[in-house]
Design a protein around this ligand. Structure first.
Ligand SMILES: [Zn+2]
Length: 475
Protein backbone atom coordinates (compact mmCIF):
# COMPACT_ATOMS: atom_id res chain seq x y z
CA UNK A 1 0.00 0.00 0.00
CA UNK A 2 1.05 3.58 -0.48
CA UNK A 3 2.51 5.70 2.25
CA UNK A 4 -0.22 6.47 4.75
CA UNK A 5 -1.35 10.05 4.89
CA UNK A 6 -1.46 12.01 8.10
CA UNK A 7 -5.19 11.53 8.08
CA UNK A 8 -4.90 7.81 8.00
CA UNK A 9 -2.40 7.84 10.81
CA UNK A 10 -4.73 9.77 13.05
CA UNK A 11 -7.58 7.43 12.18
CA UNK A 12 -5.49 4.42 12.95
CA UNK A 13 -4.39 5.89 16.22
CA UNK A 14 -7.98 6.53 17.25
CA UNK A 15 -9.04 3.08 16.29
CA UNK A 16 -6.20 1.37 18.04
CA UNK A 17 -7.01 3.30 21.15
CA UNK A 18 -10.64 2.30 20.93
CA UNK A 19 -9.91 -1.34 20.25
CA UNK A 20 -7.18 -1.43 22.78
CA UNK A 21 -9.63 -0.05 25.29
CA UNK A 22 -11.73 -3.14 24.83
CA UNK A 23 -8.78 -5.38 25.52
CA UNK A 24 -7.44 -3.65 28.58
CA UNK A 25 -8.56 -4.78 31.99
CA UNK A 26 -11.29 -2.62 33.38
CA UNK A 27 -10.87 -1.08 36.77
CA UNK A 28 -13.45 -2.64 38.99
CA UNK A 29 -15.88 -0.01 40.08
CA UNK A 30 -18.14 -0.05 43.05
CA UNK A 31 -21.41 -1.64 42.12
CA UNK A 32 -24.14 0.92 41.79
CA UNK A 33 -27.30 0.29 43.70
CA UNK A 34 -29.36 -1.89 41.40
CA UNK A 35 -32.95 -1.09 40.73
CA UNK A 36 -34.86 -4.18 41.85
CA UNK A 37 -37.27 -4.04 38.97
CA UNK A 38 -38.73 -6.85 36.99
CA UNK A 39 -41.45 -6.71 34.41
CA UNK A 40 -43.99 -9.39 33.77
CA UNK A 41 -44.77 -9.66 30.09
CA UNK A 42 -47.40 -11.73 28.43
CA UNK A 43 -45.46 -13.23 25.55
CA UNK A 44 -47.51 -12.48 22.46
CA UNK A 45 -47.88 -14.84 19.55
CA UNK A 46 -45.07 -13.25 17.61
CA UNK A 47 -44.06 -14.24 14.16
CA UNK A 48 -40.45 -14.08 15.33
CA UNK A 49 -40.15 -17.77 15.92
CA UNK A 50 -43.29 -19.79 15.98
CA UNK A 51 -41.61 -22.82 17.49
CA UNK A 52 -40.92 -21.01 20.73
CA UNK A 53 -43.10 -22.05 23.58
CA UNK A 54 -45.54 -19.27 24.32
CA UNK A 55 -45.79 -18.62 28.01
CA UNK A 56 -45.51 -15.58 30.19
CA UNK A 57 -41.84 -15.19 30.97
CA UNK A 58 -40.41 -12.78 33.43
CA UNK A 59 -37.95 -10.31 31.98
CA UNK A 60 -35.28 -9.55 34.52
CA UNK A 61 -34.37 -5.86 34.64
CA UNK A 62 -32.27 -5.93 37.78
CA UNK A 63 -28.70 -5.46 36.51
CA UNK A 64 -27.25 -7.26 39.51
CA UNK A 65 -28.86 -10.54 38.44
CA UNK A 66 -27.21 -13.02 36.09
CA UNK A 67 -30.33 -13.20 33.93
CA UNK A 68 -30.68 -9.42 33.41
CA UNK A 69 -32.08 -8.72 29.94
CA UNK A 70 -30.31 -5.98 28.00
CA UNK A 71 -30.73 -4.77 24.44
CA UNK A 72 -31.34 -1.56 22.49
CA UNK A 73 -34.89 -1.32 23.80
CA UNK A 74 -34.05 -2.48 27.30
CA UNK A 75 -31.08 -0.40 28.43
CA UNK A 76 -29.32 -0.90 31.73
CA UNK A 77 -30.89 0.92 34.63
CA UNK A 78 -29.08 2.82 36.02
CA UNK A 79 -27.50 3.60 32.67
CA UNK A 80 -23.98 3.76 34.09
CA UNK A 81 -24.35 0.57 36.08
CA UNK A 82 -20.97 -0.94 36.98
CA UNK A 83 -20.71 -4.48 38.36
CA UNK A 84 -17.91 -5.89 40.47
CA UNK A 85 -15.65 -7.90 38.20
CA UNK A 86 -12.74 -10.31 38.45
CA UNK A 87 -10.10 -11.31 35.90
CA UNK A 88 -10.62 -14.68 34.25
CA UNK A 89 -7.83 -17.24 34.46
CA UNK A 90 -4.64 -16.35 32.61
CA UNK A 91 -6.01 -13.15 31.09
CA UNK A 92 -6.67 -9.49 31.72
CA UNK A 93 -10.26 -9.85 30.54
CA UNK A 94 -12.70 -9.27 33.37
CA UNK A 95 -16.18 -10.64 34.03
CA UNK A 96 -18.57 -10.75 36.93
CA UNK A 97 -17.44 -13.54 39.25
CA UNK A 98 -20.32 -15.92 38.38
CA UNK A 99 -19.57 -15.57 34.66
CA UNK A 100 -15.80 -15.74 35.20
CA UNK A 101 -16.14 -18.99 37.14
CA UNK A 102 -18.29 -20.49 34.40
CA UNK A 103 -15.90 -19.26 31.71
CA UNK A 104 -12.88 -20.80 33.46
CA UNK A 105 -14.72 -24.11 33.65
CA UNK A 106 -15.67 -23.90 29.97
CA UNK A 107 -12.13 -23.03 28.88
CA UNK A 108 -10.78 -25.97 30.83
CA UNK A 109 -13.28 -28.35 29.23
CA UNK A 110 -12.41 -27.02 25.78
CA UNK A 111 -8.69 -27.45 26.46
CA UNK A 112 -9.39 -31.06 27.37
CA UNK A 113 -10.87 -31.44 23.91
CA UNK A 114 -7.74 -29.86 22.47
CA UNK A 115 -9.37 -26.49 21.77
CA UNK A 116 -7.71 -23.36 23.13
CA UNK A 117 -10.17 -20.51 23.69
CA UNK A 118 -8.82 -16.99 23.87
CA UNK A 119 -10.79 -14.33 25.74
CA UNK A 120 -10.85 -11.20 23.60
CA UNK A 121 -13.11 -8.77 25.41
CA UNK A 122 -15.28 -8.96 28.52
CA UNK A 123 -16.50 -6.22 30.79
CA UNK A 124 -16.61 -2.74 29.27
CA UNK A 125 -17.62 0.27 31.32
CA UNK A 126 -20.18 2.81 30.15
CA UNK A 127 -17.38 5.25 29.30
CA UNK A 128 -15.41 2.73 27.30
CA UNK A 129 -18.49 1.79 25.35
CA UNK A 130 -19.13 5.49 24.71
CA UNK A 131 -15.62 5.85 23.25
CA UNK A 132 -16.16 2.91 20.95
CA UNK A 133 -19.61 3.96 19.86
CA UNK A 134 -18.58 7.55 19.24
CA UNK A 135 -15.69 6.35 17.14
CA UNK A 136 -17.95 4.25 14.91
CA UNK A 137 -20.53 7.03 14.74
CA UNK A 138 -17.91 9.50 13.51
CA UNK A 139 -16.91 7.13 10.75
CA UNK A 140 -20.26 5.72 9.65
CA UNK A 141 -23.03 7.75 11.14
CA UNK A 142 -25.29 6.61 13.92
CA UNK A 143 -27.48 4.21 12.04
CA UNK A 144 -24.70 1.92 10.83
CA UNK A 145 -22.71 2.33 14.05
CA UNK A 146 -25.61 0.97 16.05
CA UNK A 147 -25.70 -2.20 13.96
CA UNK A 148 -22.14 -3.11 14.83
CA UNK A 149 -21.74 -1.49 18.23
CA UNK A 150 -23.98 -0.79 21.20
CA UNK A 151 -25.15 2.61 22.35
CA UNK A 152 -23.61 3.17 25.80
CA UNK A 153 -25.94 1.82 28.46
CA UNK A 154 -27.28 -0.88 26.14
CA UNK A 155 -24.23 -3.13 25.78
CA UNK A 156 -24.24 -6.58 27.30
CA UNK A 157 -20.52 -6.07 27.90
CA UNK A 158 -21.41 -3.45 30.50
CA UNK A 159 -23.15 -6.13 32.57
CA UNK A 160 -19.89 -8.06 33.00
CA UNK A 161 -21.80 -11.11 31.76
CA UNK A 162 -20.78 -11.09 28.08
CA UNK A 163 -17.53 -12.19 26.50
CA UNK A 164 -16.10 -12.14 22.99
CA UNK A 165 -13.96 -15.19 22.35
CA UNK A 166 -11.42 -16.11 19.70
CA UNK A 167 -8.80 -18.62 18.68
CA UNK A 168 -5.38 -18.51 20.28
CA UNK A 169 -3.88 -17.78 16.84
CA UNK A 170 -6.42 -15.03 16.18
CA UNK A 171 -7.93 -16.79 13.17
CA UNK A 172 -11.10 -15.06 11.94
CA UNK A 173 -11.08 -12.79 14.96
CA UNK A 174 -14.42 -10.99 15.37
CA UNK A 175 -15.47 -12.15 11.92
CA UNK A 176 -18.32 -14.30 10.73
CA UNK A 177 -15.88 -17.00 9.61
CA UNK A 178 -14.98 -17.49 13.28
CA UNK A 179 -17.96 -19.86 13.42
CA UNK A 180 -16.02 -22.38 11.31
CA UNK A 181 -12.81 -22.28 13.33
CA UNK A 182 -12.05 -24.89 16.01
CA UNK A 183 -13.00 -22.55 18.87
CA UNK A 184 -16.04 -21.23 17.01
CA UNK A 185 -17.34 -24.74 16.45
CA UNK A 186 -16.64 -25.85 19.99
CA UNK A 187 -18.33 -22.94 21.74
CA UNK A 188 -21.25 -23.03 19.31
CA UNK A 189 -21.88 -26.59 20.38
CA UNK A 190 -20.99 -26.53 24.06
CA UNK A 191 -21.29 -23.04 25.56
CA UNK A 192 -24.84 -23.57 26.86
CA UNK A 193 -23.63 -26.37 29.13
CA UNK A 194 -21.62 -23.73 31.01
CA UNK A 195 -24.41 -21.16 31.08
CA UNK A 196 -23.50 -19.17 27.93
CA UNK A 197 -25.53 -18.60 24.78
CA UNK A 198 -24.50 -17.25 21.38
CA UNK A 199 -26.40 -13.99 21.65
CA UNK A 200 -26.47 -12.67 18.07
CA UNK A 201 -27.11 -15.53 15.70
CA UNK A 202 -27.13 -15.51 11.93
CA UNK A 203 -30.16 -13.98 10.26
CA UNK A 204 -31.56 -12.54 13.49
CA UNK A 205 -30.63 -8.90 12.95
CA UNK A 206 -34.24 -7.83 12.52
CA UNK A 207 -34.99 -9.34 15.93
CA UNK A 208 -31.88 -8.59 17.98
CA UNK A 209 -30.86 -5.36 16.25
CA UNK A 210 -27.32 -6.68 15.77
CA UNK A 211 -25.58 -8.37 12.91
CA UNK A 212 -24.24 -11.91 13.25
CA UNK A 213 -21.61 -12.24 15.99
CA UNK A 214 -20.66 -15.90 16.47
CA UNK A 215 -17.97 -14.79 18.94
CA UNK A 216 -20.21 -12.96 21.42
CA UNK A 217 -21.44 -15.13 24.31
CA UNK A 218 -23.72 -14.13 27.11
CA UNK A 219 -23.72 -15.78 30.51
CA UNK A 220 -27.24 -16.48 31.79
CA UNK A 221 -26.60 -19.26 34.29
CA UNK A 222 -26.81 -22.89 33.25
CA UNK A 223 -30.51 -23.45 33.76
CA UNK A 224 -31.67 -20.45 31.73
CA UNK A 225 -29.03 -21.00 29.04
CA UNK A 226 -30.17 -24.60 28.60
CA UNK A 227 -33.80 -23.54 28.60
CA UNK A 228 -33.13 -20.98 25.86
CA UNK A 229 -31.16 -23.50 23.84
CA UNK A 230 -33.81 -26.20 24.21
CA UNK A 231 -36.64 -23.82 23.32
CA UNK A 232 -35.23 -23.50 19.82
CA UNK A 233 -35.38 -19.72 20.08
CA UNK A 234 -32.68 -18.12 17.98
CA UNK A 235 -32.36 -15.12 20.27
CA UNK A 236 -33.22 -14.05 23.80
CA UNK A 237 -35.69 -11.63 22.24
CA UNK A 238 -37.50 -14.51 20.55
CA UNK A 239 -37.38 -16.47 23.79
CA UNK A 240 -39.12 -13.67 25.66
CA UNK A 241 -41.29 -12.60 22.75
CA UNK A 242 -39.99 -9.04 22.64
CA UNK A 243 -38.13 -6.94 20.10
CA UNK A 244 -34.56 -5.78 20.25
CA UNK A 245 -34.95 -3.10 17.64
CA UNK A 246 -35.63 0.45 18.48
CA UNK A 247 -38.93 1.35 16.93
CA UNK A 248 -37.84 4.68 15.45
CA UNK A 249 -37.36 3.23 12.00
CA UNK A 250 -40.54 1.21 12.05
CA UNK A 251 -43.26 2.56 9.79
CA UNK A 252 -45.92 1.37 12.23
CA UNK A 253 -45.26 4.58 14.13
CA UNK A 254 -46.65 6.69 11.36
CA UNK A 255 -49.99 8.14 12.19
CA UNK A 256 -50.49 10.07 8.97
CA UNK A 257 -49.15 12.74 6.72
CA UNK A 258 -49.17 16.50 6.39
CA UNK A 259 -48.00 19.08 3.89
CA UNK A 260 -45.58 21.95 4.49
CA UNK A 261 -46.97 25.41 3.68
CA UNK A 262 -43.55 27.11 3.81
CA UNK A 263 -39.88 26.24 3.70
CA UNK A 264 -39.90 24.69 7.12
CA UNK A 265 -37.05 23.99 9.50
CA UNK A 266 -36.99 20.51 10.97
CA UNK A 267 -35.40 20.69 14.42
CA UNK A 268 -34.01 18.28 16.98
CA UNK A 269 -36.78 19.15 19.42
CA UNK A 270 -40.10 20.97 19.82
CA UNK A 271 -39.24 24.67 19.79
CA UNK A 272 -37.07 27.15 17.94
CA UNK A 273 -34.31 26.81 20.54
CA UNK A 274 -33.42 23.43 19.07
CA UNK A 275 -30.85 22.78 16.37
CA UNK A 276 -32.02 22.75 12.71
CA UNK A 277 -31.59 19.36 11.05
CA UNK A 278 -32.72 20.44 7.62
CA UNK A 279 -35.18 22.70 5.88
CA UNK A 280 -38.13 21.00 4.24
CA UNK A 281 -39.16 22.82 1.07
CA UNK A 282 -42.68 24.19 0.85
CA UNK A 283 -45.37 21.86 -0.45
CA UNK A 284 -43.66 18.63 0.58
CA UNK A 285 -45.43 15.77 2.22
CA UNK A 286 -44.08 14.68 5.61
CA UNK A 287 -44.91 11.64 7.70
CA UNK A 288 -46.28 12.25 11.17
CA UNK A 289 -44.95 9.92 13.84
CA UNK A 290 -47.92 10.65 16.09
CA UNK A 291 -45.96 12.67 18.67
CA UNK A 292 -47.09 16.23 19.29
CA UNK A 293 -45.82 18.76 21.82
CA UNK A 294 -46.91 22.39 22.37
CA UNK A 295 -48.00 22.86 18.78
CA UNK A 296 -44.97 21.07 17.31
CA UNK A 297 -45.16 17.78 15.45
CA UNK A 298 -42.58 15.06 15.18
CA UNK A 299 -42.22 14.19 11.50
CA UNK A 300 -40.17 12.06 9.16
CA UNK A 301 -38.84 13.55 5.94
CA UNK A 302 -35.96 12.54 3.69
CA UNK A 303 -35.17 9.64 6.06
CA UNK A 304 -34.70 11.96 9.01
CA UNK A 305 -36.86 12.42 12.05
CA UNK A 306 -37.31 15.77 13.77
CA UNK A 307 -39.78 18.39 14.95
CA UNK A 308 -41.58 21.09 12.97
CA UNK A 309 -43.98 23.80 13.98
CA UNK A 310 -47.60 22.84 13.30
CA UNK A 311 -48.27 26.41 12.09
CA UNK A 312 -46.73 25.55 8.74
CA UNK A 313 -48.41 22.22 8.22
CA UNK A 314 -51.64 21.78 6.36
CA UNK A 315 -53.92 18.88 5.53
CA UNK A 316 -52.87 17.07 8.64
CA UNK A 317 -54.52 13.74 8.08
CA UNK A 318 -54.41 10.63 10.14
CA UNK A 319 -55.22 7.88 7.65
CA UNK A 320 -54.93 4.31 8.80
CA UNK A 321 -52.52 3.64 5.99
CA UNK A 322 -49.94 6.40 5.78
CA UNK A 323 -48.63 7.34 2.37
CA UNK A 324 -45.09 6.32 1.77
CA UNK A 325 -44.54 8.98 -0.87
CA UNK A 326 -42.66 11.50 1.20
CA UNK A 327 -39.63 9.27 1.28
CA UNK A 328 -39.74 8.38 -2.39
CA UNK A 329 -40.35 11.88 -3.61
CA UNK A 330 -37.02 12.97 -2.19
CA UNK A 331 -34.40 12.78 -4.89
CA UNK A 332 -31.49 10.55 -3.98
CA UNK A 333 -28.62 12.97 -4.20
CA UNK A 334 -26.01 10.31 -3.63
CA UNK A 335 -26.77 7.89 -6.42
CA UNK A 336 -26.13 10.51 -9.07
CA UNK A 337 -22.46 10.51 -8.14
CA UNK A 338 -22.18 6.84 -7.33
CA UNK A 339 -19.69 4.85 -9.31
CA UNK A 340 -18.95 1.23 -9.43
CA UNK A 341 -16.10 -1.22 -9.75
CA UNK A 342 -15.56 -4.96 -9.87
CA UNK A 343 -13.72 -7.10 -7.32
CA UNK A 344 -10.72 -8.94 -8.73
CA UNK A 345 -10.51 -11.33 -5.76
CA UNK A 346 -12.59 -12.50 -2.83
CA UNK A 347 -12.36 -9.24 -0.98
CA UNK A 348 -12.93 -8.39 2.68
CA UNK A 349 -15.16 -5.40 3.30
CA UNK A 350 -14.09 -3.83 6.59
CA UNK A 351 -15.50 -1.32 9.05
CA UNK A 352 -12.70 1.15 8.31
CA UNK A 353 -9.61 1.97 6.29
CA UNK A 354 -6.96 -0.66 6.90
CA UNK A 355 -6.69 -4.35 7.70
CA UNK A 356 -6.91 -3.75 11.44
CA UNK A 357 -10.62 -3.07 11.07
CA UNK A 358 -13.27 -5.70 11.56
CA UNK A 359 -14.48 -7.59 8.48
CA UNK A 360 -18.12 -6.90 7.68
CA UNK A 361 -18.36 -9.49 4.94
CA UNK A 362 -16.33 -10.99 2.12
CA UNK A 363 -17.32 -9.92 -1.38
CA UNK A 364 -16.85 -12.72 -3.90
CA UNK A 365 -14.52 -12.16 -6.84
CA UNK A 366 -16.09 -10.60 -9.93
CA UNK A 367 -18.89 -8.79 -8.11
CA UNK A 368 -19.92 -5.23 -8.78
CA UNK A 369 -19.75 -2.84 -5.85
CA UNK A 370 -21.01 0.73 -5.60
CA UNK A 371 -18.44 3.30 -4.60
CA UNK A 372 -19.89 5.64 -1.99
CA UNK A 373 -17.28 8.36 -1.84
CA UNK A 374 -13.68 9.40 -2.04
CA UNK A 375 -10.69 7.09 -1.81
CA UNK A 376 -8.67 7.26 1.41
CA UNK A 377 -5.14 5.89 1.64
CA UNK A 378 -5.88 3.47 -1.17
CA UNK A 379 -9.18 2.23 0.32
CA UNK A 380 -12.65 2.84 -1.05
CA UNK A 381 -15.93 3.25 0.80
CA UNK A 382 -18.29 0.82 -0.93
CA UNK A 383 -21.72 -0.68 -0.71
CA UNK A 384 -22.38 -4.31 -1.44
CA UNK A 385 -25.34 -6.54 -0.60
CA UNK A 386 -26.92 -3.71 1.35
CA UNK A 387 -23.87 -3.25 3.60
CA UNK A 388 -21.49 -0.32 3.75
CA UNK A 389 -17.78 -0.67 4.44
CA UNK A 390 -14.25 -0.20 3.11
CA UNK A 391 -12.21 -2.31 0.70
CA UNK A 392 -8.65 -2.10 -0.51
CA UNK A 393 -8.42 -0.52 -3.96
CA UNK A 394 -5.76 -3.06 -4.89
CA UNK A 395 -8.49 -5.58 -5.60
CA UNK A 396 -10.86 -3.38 -7.52
CA UNK A 397 -10.89 -2.99 -11.27
CA UNK A 398 -13.15 -2.10 -14.18
CA UNK A 399 -13.93 1.20 -12.51
CA UNK A 400 -16.97 2.55 -14.21
CA UNK A 401 -18.39 6.01 -14.08
CA UNK A 402 -21.82 4.68 -14.81
CA UNK A 403 -23.99 4.57 -11.77
CA UNK A 404 -24.42 1.33 -9.95
CA UNK A 405 -28.07 2.03 -9.37
CA UNK A 406 -30.05 1.81 -12.60
CA UNK A 407 -32.53 4.27 -11.09
CA UNK A 408 -30.20 7.24 -11.36
CA UNK A 409 -31.78 10.17 -13.09
CA UNK A 410 -28.73 12.35 -13.46
CA UNK A 411 -26.04 10.59 -15.44
CA UNK A 412 -24.36 13.82 -16.45
CA UNK A 413 -22.82 14.87 -13.18
CA UNK A 414 -19.29 13.66 -12.68
CA UNK A 415 -17.58 13.00 -9.39
CA UNK A 416 -14.96 15.66 -10.03
CA UNK A 417 -17.78 18.16 -9.92
CA UNK A 418 -18.96 17.20 -6.49
CA UNK A 419 -18.04 18.20 -2.98
CA UNK A 420 -19.09 17.26 0.52
CA UNK A 421 -20.65 19.51 3.15
CA UNK A 422 -18.71 19.70 6.41
CA UNK A 423 -21.56 21.37 8.32
CA UNK A 424 -25.32 21.75 8.07
CA UNK A 425 -25.21 24.20 5.22
CA UNK A 426 -27.81 26.65 3.93
CA UNK A 427 -28.40 26.59 0.19
CA UNK A 428 -29.45 30.08 -0.90
CA UNK A 429 -31.00 31.65 -3.95
CA UNK A 430 -27.77 33.55 -4.69
CA UNK A 431 -24.15 34.07 -3.64
CA UNK A 432 -24.28 35.68 -0.19
CA UNK A 433 -25.98 35.38 3.18
CA UNK A 434 -28.52 38.06 2.30
CA UNK A 435 -30.11 35.70 -0.18
CA UNK A 436 -33.13 33.54 0.66
CA UNK A 437 -32.52 30.07 2.14
CA UNK A 438 -33.87 27.35 -0.11
CA UNK A 439 -33.00 24.46 2.16
CA UNK A 440 -30.40 23.29 4.62
CA UNK A 441 -28.11 20.53 3.41
CA UNK A 442 -27.17 18.20 6.25
CA UNK A 443 -23.51 17.81 7.14
CA UNK A 444 -21.62 15.09 5.26
CA UNK A 445 -23.78 15.16 2.12
CA UNK A 446 -22.47 15.25 -1.42
CA UNK A 447 -23.51 18.14 -3.61
CA UNK A 448 -22.82 18.58 -7.31
CA UNK A 449 -21.12 21.75 -8.42
CA UNK A 450 -22.97 23.35 -11.34
CA UNK A 451 -20.51 26.01 -12.39
CA UNK A 452 -17.86 28.54 -11.46
CA UNK A 453 -17.25 29.87 -7.97
CA UNK A 454 -18.32 33.46 -7.29
CA UNK A 455 -16.93 35.44 -4.31
CA UNK A 456 -16.30 32.22 -2.45
CA UNK A 457 -19.76 30.77 -3.19
CA UNK A 458 -20.54 27.76 -5.37
CA UNK A 459 -23.59 27.08 -7.50
CA UNK A 460 -24.68 23.60 -6.45
CA UNK A 461 -27.42 21.06 -6.91
CA UNK A 462 -28.75 19.05 -3.99
CA UNK A 463 -31.92 17.04 -3.54
CA UNK A 464 -33.10 18.16 -6.94
CA UNK A 465 -32.76 21.86 -6.09
CA UNK A 466 -30.33 24.41 -7.45
CA UNK A 467 -28.83 27.15 -5.31
CA UNK A 468 -25.69 28.65 -3.84
CA UNK A 469 -23.61 27.63 -0.84
CA UNK A 470 -20.56 29.10 0.84
CA UNK A 471 -17.37 27.32 -0.21
CA UNK A 472 -16.09 27.53 3.36
CA UNK A 473 -18.15 24.50 4.30
CA UNK A 474 -17.35 22.32 1.31
CA UNK A 475 -14.53 19.79 1.00
ZN1 LIG B 1 -19.34 -8.73 22.19
Amino acid sequence: MTKPSAFKLSLTATLSAALFATLLPATPAAAAAPAPVSIQVQAPALSVDASVQIAAKKIQRNPAKDDVFVNKKYPLSPKKYAPKTVAIQGSNVRLRSSAAKAYNKMAKAAAKDGVKIRAVSGYRSYNRQAELFNYYTRIYGKSYASRISAVPGTSEHQTGLAIDVGNANGACGLQACFANTPVGKWVGKNAHKYGFIMRYQKGQESVTGYSYEPWHFRYLGTSLAKSVKNSGAKSLEAYYGVSGKKSDSAPKNSKGTAQTTANLNMRTGAGTGNRVLLTIPRGKSVQLTGSKKSGWYQVRYSSRTGWVSGKYLSSISMPSKPKKESKKSTPKQNTSNAKSAKTSANLNMRTGVGTSHRVVLTIPQGKKVAIRGAKKSGWYPVKYAGKNGWVSGTYLRSFSSSTYSPKSSDPKSSSSASKKTIANLNMRSGAGTSKRVILTIPKGKKVSIRGAKKSGWYPVKYAGKNGWVSGKYLR
